[in-house]
Design a protein around this ligand. Structure first.
Ligand code: GUN
Length: 292
């Protein structure tokens, strides 16, 4: 068993991003600027947004976090988005999800200018992705693909089973694996004989959000296992009061795999670098357009 080391690979990619930022600066251009809107006080969302701002600072990007009260109206939120859409000094915009229940997530996602949609959630980017055209890919599936590519995991003709069908991970992941010439199956909570389906996979991508869902009896000998799950599980011995658990029972499953991602240190850091890559691309595209 070998580790798909997201910490290591993301470190290398961050270093290439820093070099690209230096090039922009040397050409007299702006550094990339990411804006993140956070509505309300959700603990996990606050942690994620803070991490995104820190990641930006580390590679030399500018970032702006806009914190809005949980009670803000949808209209007020849309007005904020519109203002950023028209701000030529901001390259990328994300609205951290989930949003409070009185706000329609689809309306908000579609209000973001798709040319600044570095989350890749806008239907325009989703459509471009499904057609295999240049677009902003959602960060997690993009990070998984970059990780597989780094370790030269050959996907051609392999049976890839994606477990989970979310808009953010499962669905786009299946499209990207199809583009890599895998034979793709998407499993979900209604799938019959799900264990047998997963057991037939050469590549398992688990994105269900159920801690340690994937057990050793569900994994074929020699399979590649990618664990997208990160669930906070209460742990009184941890300083934060919780521990992060993946969708895969790592210790017993790892023994059967050829390659596996750890949690933490696997997909998580690759997701973070995916957002940075999209923001860099947004900045490069906006500034090239502005120059012409
Ligand atoms: N909530 C959980 N994951 C994400 C993400 O990738 N982007 C945004 N905007 N919100 C999220």
């Amino acid at each position: 068993m070998q580790l798909l080391n997201g910490n290591e690979v993301s470190k290398q990619i961050r270093s290439t991003i820093r070099t690209e930022v230096e090039k922009l600066t040397q050409n007299g251009q702006r550094v990339p600027h990411l804006a993140a809107i956070l509505v309300g006080e959700d603990g996990a969302s606050q942690t994620y947004v803070a991490a995104k701002a820190k990641d930006c600072a580390e590679v030399g990007f500018e970032s702006t976090v806009i914190r809005l009260d949980a009670g803000i109206s949808e209209q007020e939120l849309l007005a904020q988005i519109e203002s950023i859409n028209h701000n030529p000094l901001i390259d990328g915009l994300i609205v951290q999800l989930p949003l409070p229940s009185h706000i329609n997530t689809q309306t908000v996602t579609q209000a973001i200018d798709w040319r600044k949609d570095v989350d890749g959630f806008h239907p325009m980017n989703v459509g471009l992705m499904f057609k295999g055209l240049p677009c902003y890919l959602p960060a997690t599936p993009m990070g998984v693909v970059l990780l597989l590519e780094h370790y030269q995991i050959d996907c051609t003709g392999k049976h890839c089973v994606v477990v989970g069908r979310s808009d953010i991970v499962g669905k786009p992941m299946s499209a990207l694996m199809l583009q890599k010439n895998a034979t793709v199956t998407v499993c979900h909570s209604k799938t019959q004989n799900i264990e047998a389906v997963i057991r037939s996979a050469d590549i398992v991508i688990a994105a269900v959000g159920i801690p340690e869902y994937i057990k050793p009896n569900m994994v074929k000998q020699g399979a590649v296992v990618v664990d997208v799950g990160i669930t906070r599980v209460a742990d009184a011995t941890a300083k934060s009061g919780f521990r992060l658990k993946g969708d895969v029972a790592f210790e017993p499953v790892a023994q059967q795999t050829s390659w596996i991602t750890p949690v933490p240190g696997g997909v998580g850091p690759m997701t973070r670098v995916g957002l940075l890559l999209n923001t860099l691309r947004a900045a490069q595209q906006h500034q090239n357009k502005a120059a012409h």
